[in-house]
Design a protein around this ligand. Structure first.
Ligand SMILES: Cc1cc2nc3c(=O)[nH]c(=O)nc-3n(C[C@H](O)[C@H](O)[C@H](O)COP(=O)(O)OP(=O)(O)OC[C@H]3O[C@@H](n4cnc5c(N)ncnc54)[C@H](O)[C@@H]3O)c2cc1C
Length: 524
């Protein structure tokens, strides 16, 4: 049945069922329907459910009126993931579904509504001495638990505990007919204490970008927080040394989290930090340490010298190592230092990981460059053994385009991470002159945005960026890289085997027979 074959008045029906205050129409929808990079179609309305029943009612009405449903968590993704791709749609803003349903310390899990941010979850859990193993992407100030599980997010805690999906115990999913499906032990009416109960149904909904349904609630594992942490940073002369360092560190399983940057990315971060209040960050560093003395010591150690050393290193890697006591954390740091030096690294001051521990989540300042430029990253995962060949191909790609990139004022920086013992994240972030969009106005603190230099839109630069993005996705594809935040940008349905595709299409037919949930995503 075509989406346009049926009714007529989804907005009116949604307003009647949920209340007008939960249905946003008009100019205000643009901010929600634009991601970090751009927008596509505008939805008929943005719907803001305040409870699971509201969410079910909205999805049911969309189904009855043949209206496509797109779901937005924190809106921090940049792969067209929640952008409407058909004309007749509603966009569900999940941020009103933000309650903590239960912290069950005895059974070791926390159940939340899927629209809660990682920052809010951490803030609630901190006083209990508990944490989720994976505790958010760097965008966790805005990114939601549901959005991150839908996109296989990585970063905070990923060194020790892997990606978002690895912390999931159970999910409650609103399927296309408005019904609620629970996974694992909860699927037989028991509490959500176990993911493992027959086939891994929760796994089907992890990394699905919402094409199989909307996560209404998520249950995540809990573990006790460790207060003892040590921090290490290393400089590397080239990417192959860095990659080797990250590979051997992953095999030893020493860190709670880590990431690495090239010099361009580091310089951009430093420049941006100097725009954001230095004092606020420094104060947080002191407050977060176990005693003010420890904080002061850390501050002195991580002072200006650290920043200077970072700015000149071709590559730098940053690790946080936890232990049950200071001795264990130190022992891990010592072992890591030996491994990194053997891989060709040199010790530099540990400013970056110490700061990140102190200020785990910040407003999404990174959605613009240090001088207010536009920003968008592209990423891919490859096997450790492929890093050198892929890096050579990227260099060649960028060298060919260097004159054009210079002409348009485009620059880029790299971010890297070992994902477990087998995969390597190779991410490039691009910056270019361009006007701020409704997304930036919705997302960034007003004062910060106003203080940035104004940039203007240039159609030729935008068109060049579109082509650059497309060509780089093709380069990743040629190396058979895989992607976690698939959205509508990276190939998926068109590149997986026929058998895998047919299986996923059968699942899609079962949970969303009319293809109303996030049409366009995953190429399903
Ligand atoms: C400054 C910055 C830093 C970032 N750092 C990281 C990082 O460290 N690691 C990383 O992996 N990513 C990172 N990202 C990318 C992005 O923030 C993450 O992928 C994040 O997890 C997205 O969560 P979100 O709630 O914003 O989801 P959204 O962007 O709103 O949505 C993402 C996808 O999930 C779907 N979705 C959202 N909520 C639900 C739901 N409840 N049920 C079903 N589907 C849903 C959407 O339809 C869409 O397909 C970063 C982005 C920015 C801007």
């Amino acid at each position: 049945m075509s989406l346009h074959a049926i009714d007529h008045s989804p907005v009116q029906r949604l307003s009647q069922a949920l209340g007008e205050d939960k249905v946003v129409v008009g100019a205000a929808v643009a901010g929600y329907a634009t991601d970090v990079y751009h927008s596509r179609e505008m939805p008929l309305a943005v719907v803001r459910p305040a409870c699971v029943e509201d969410l079910q009612a909205a999805v049911r009405i969309a189904g009855e009126t043949g209206t496509a449903v797109y779901t937005r968590g924190g809106g921090a993704s940049y792969t067209d993931a929640y952008l409407p791709a058909v004309q007749r749609s509603i966009l569900i803003d999940m941020t009103g579904l933000n309650k903590i349903v239960a912290i069950n310390e005895r059974d070791g899990y926390v159940t939340v509504e899927a629209g809660i941010t990682w920052a809010a979850l951490k803030q609630t859990l901190d006083p209990t001495g508990l944490r989720t193993p994976f505790f958010g992407p760097f965008s966790g100030f805005a990114a939601t638990v549901g959005g991150s599980i839908s996109q296989h997010s990585v970063s905070r805690g990923s060194g020790a505990y892997g990606i978002s999906a690895e912390s999931v115990v159970s999910l409650d999913i609103v399927t296309a007919n408005g019904a609620l499906l629970s996974t694992g032990s909860a699927s037989r009416g028991a509490p959500p204490f176990s993911r493992w109960y027959g086939p891994d149904v929760a796994g089907l909904f992890c990394g699905d970008c919402g094409v199989f349904g909307i996560k209404a609630r998520a249950t995540l594992r809990l573990r006790r927080r460790r207060h003892n942490a040590d921090f290490c940073s290393f400089a590397f002369a080239d990417l192959s040394m860095l990659a080797e360092g990250l590979r051997v560190a992953a095999l030893e399983g020493l860190d709670d989290e880590h990431f690495a940057m090239d010099a361009a990315m580091t310089r951009g971060q430093i420049k941006r930090q100097s725009r954001i209040s230095k004092f606020a960050t420094a104060k947080a560093l002191v407050n977060s340490s176990r005693s003010p003395w420890a904080g002061l010591k850390q501050l002195v150690r991580s002072g200006l010298g650290g920043v200077r050393a970072l700015g000149v290193a071709p590559y730098s890697a940053h690790f946080t190592l936890e232990g049950i006591d200071a001795r264990e954390a130190k022992g891990r740091a010592r072992r890591l230092t030996r491994l990194m030096i053997a891989a060709g690294g040199t010790v530099i001051p540990n400013t970056v990981p110490a700061m990140l521990r102190a200020v785990p989540f910040s407003p999404l300042f990174n959605t613009l460059g240090p001088d207010g430029e536009r920003w968008v990253p592209l990423h891919g995962y490859i096997a450790h053994s492929q890093v050198q060949a892929f890096d050579a191909a990227v260099r060649e790609f960028l060298k060919e385009r260097e004159p054009d990139m210079q002409r348009f004022g485009i620059w880029c920086g790299g971010m890297f991470m070992a994902m477990g013992t087998s995969a390597f994240l190779y991410e490039l972030a691009f910056y270019w002159p361009g006007a701020h969009s409704p997304y930036h106005r919705l997302t960034l603190p007003r004062g910060y945005l106003d203080a940035l230099p104004r940039q203007s839109h240039d159609a030729a630069t935008s068109a060049y960026m579109d082509a650059l993005r497309r060509d780089l996705v093709a380069l990743y594809d040629a190396h058979r890289a895989i992607h976690f935040q698939l959205g509508k940008l990276y190939p998926f349905g068109s590149v997986i085997s026929g058998e895998s595709l047919e299986l996923l299409r059968a699942v899609k037919r079962a949970v969303d027979p009319r293809g109303l949930m996030n049409p366009g995503a995953l190429e399903l």
